[in-house]
Design a protein around this ligand. Sequence first.
Ligand code: ZN
Length: 415
Amino acid sequence: MSEQLKKLSINKSRFRKDFDELCKIGRTKQTGVNRPVFSQSHLEARKWFRKKTLEAGLEFHIDGAGNHSALLKSHQKDAPALLLGSHLDSVPDGGRYDGALGVLAALEVLRSISDEDIQLPVNLEAIDFTDEEGTIVSFLGSFAFTGKLTQEILNNPRGGRKNLVENLERVSLKESELFSAQREPKALAGYLELHVEQGPYLEKSGQSIGIVEQIAGLSFYRLTFIGREDHAGTISMQERLDAAQGASAFTLAVREIMLNKFPDCKANVGYTKYTPGAFNIVPEKAEISFEFRAADMKTFREMDQTFVKQAKLEAEKYGLELQIEFLGKRDPVQMAAAPLDAIHEAVDTLGLSYKKIISWAGHDAQALADICPSGMIFVPSVGGRSHSPEEFTKWEDCVNGANVLLHAALGMASK
Ligand SMILES: [Zn+2]
């Protein structure tokens, strides 16, 4: 890379001004934003992105899944696209940085390269993926983009089928057209995403930049322990078949197993429901929701076997039947060598400190990694807070992250 390119940096004041403008769209009483996908404020944020793109003299494009892109075209014919992106939607009453920082930084990288009239052998594309947060369909935009979206997913989406149909109609997207967003892997040079960590590890380490090496896999189950409904006063303790005991024993075992066998991974029993559910009735059914996360495939599989076995063991111990419903999973993803190298070089060029890190939250990069070399850059989240108006990242870290994105993009483009 030439010395001139090495000195390149984003336009800090423009970046700041635009970030402040974007934060005002869907702003909540505190410092948060409320921009669930296809809400009025989300659509407004997308309109704002379009305006900024056109003002910068960049091309603008919307695909069949509603993904919004700013394009800085290469002078080379048939150049592949190097994607930089994230998402402008938020969880209800979420934070200012989650997703928005990555989209804005991507746009700023395009503008900074365009300002200097630098010619690259790739089309640079800043992309805002639809519904990363999964309000309607988890990863709708990036799944459509990478060919992972299926009719089955659309028939039973996370936010309900009715919600999907109504929302698509309202924003003039056609269900059949969603699939047209799919891109050919050979037309893609790679994908880079800047994101806030949303966890405490980077801040605790005192380093400026997180280089994501893996995105953790996630698996979810519904487990139903089934016993017998009885009078809680008259049936003896020895005779009762109490579903709550099995579910509770499993819940406590999860913690023990995690601390002893998988101390670096995560598992959660997030929901319990007893049926019939009264003071004086022994519960016939105890339904729990259970999820676990691991960063590598071997551990991911081992956890799966361990927990299924444990659930069966507890059911047997308490004389219960057990229904196991596997509700889906996303496999752990290893980030590719080319983007990892490019991010390392960018961090070195800028003289920043870094830490290799695992992403414990899901991201669009997880889907993209299947079809093109993908990488993620993290910046510290103060107190590890996210999906909350309390979400905060120091401005200096945001600027550093955007500059790493810029240099990593230049590095990827030259490979
Ligand atoms: Zn996000």
